[in-house]
Design a protein around this ligand. Structure first.
Ligand code: 13P
Length: 281
């Protein structure tokens, strides 16, 4: 049987050399290493996943000034794990069950994700809250289960359009964040994903996003203390693409991106990674 092509380590002229980029900004998020995360949602077959990973790996330098994580569908985890071996890309699951094992047809557990090579897991994505009726309390259990099994939960929060219109945004974010951390997960990162911006092309303005991120960081200070709040990465998600990320990443409380549609295109995702890394360098 022929071996799948592993992420090539050769340096090409097209390879992005982020660590050699000049310093551009010295804002307070400069102390937090950015994260460029790709949520593939329920997309791609194995051959597409292989091609996408190969495109990404071919364009990456191994000494990046940013963390990169891919969140493929569960059926693609093994394929992606093989492809990214030896590269700076980390792997994550899109969801986990709070239990370690048992009679839960269709679910996947923390130990199973870790066994598949995952280091991260999404908790509480709005599509799971909406499509599967996930409650704030359940998401808190999932975040705790994640860290109990050695996974870093990326906890997703965000308001709907109606909630924003009703000026409920901060109340919703506080409620979601408080519940997600209620069981005291050992570690976590946050993604602010306003539902009205997801898949719509209607990205949040940098000012609006910064206000939400600053609010989340302030709420984190109350919940887990100043030191942890200052080191937690708060990613923005919702129609992030190469043409808007540069204006978002310079905001002091925006520490990277959770990218849906644009992460399915290696060129676009590399551009987003490049914007994160340039800002950090
Ligand atoms: P889009 O980037 O496609 O708007 O999706 C955002 C998202 O939901 C990432 O988790």
């Amino acid at each position: 049987m022929s071996q799948p092509e592993i992420c090539p380590q050769v340096r090409t002229s097209h390879r992005l050399r982020y660590n050699r980029q000049p310093k551009e900004k010295a804002l307070s998020n400069g102390s937090r290493r950015p994260v460029a995360a790709g949520n593939w949602k329920m997309n791609l077959l194995r051959r597409d996943a292989e091609a996408l990973c190969q495109g990404l790996c071919a364009g990456l330098d191994t000494e990046l000034a940013t963390d990169i994580v891919l969140f493929p569908t569960a059926t693609l985890l093994a394929t992606v794990a093989r492809q990214i071996q030896g590269s700076p890309i980390a792997l994550g699951g899109q969801d986990l069950h709070p239990d370690a094992s048992g009679a839960h047809t269709g679910d996947v557990s923390g130990p199973q994700l870790a066994d598949a090579g995952c280091g991260w897991v999404l908790c509480g994505h709005s599509e799971r809250r909406q499509d599967h009726g996930e409650s704030d309390v359940l998401i808190g259990s999932k975040a705790r289960a994640a860290t109990d099994h050695g996974l870093l939960p990326l906890i997703c929060v965000g308001e709907s359009r109606d909630e924003r219109r009703a000026e409920q945004t901060f109340a919703v974010l506080r409620r979601q964040l408080t519940a997600a951390l209620a069981e005291k997960p050992a570690s976590f990162e946050i993604a602010y994903e306003p539902i009205w911006a997801i898949g719509t092309g209607e990205v949040a303005t940098p000012e609006l996003a910064q206000r939400a991120h600053a609010f989340l960081r302030q709420t984190l200070t109350e919940l887990v203390g100043e030191e942890r709040a200052a080191t937690t990465r708060v990613l923005y998600g919702g129609s992030a693409n190469p043409s808007n990320v540069a204006d978002l990443i310079v905001q002091r409380d925006i520490d990277g991106f959770l990218v849906g549609g644009a992460s399915l295109d290696s060129g676009k995702f590399l551009d987003i990674i490049g914007a994160c890394a340039r800002h950090q360098s």
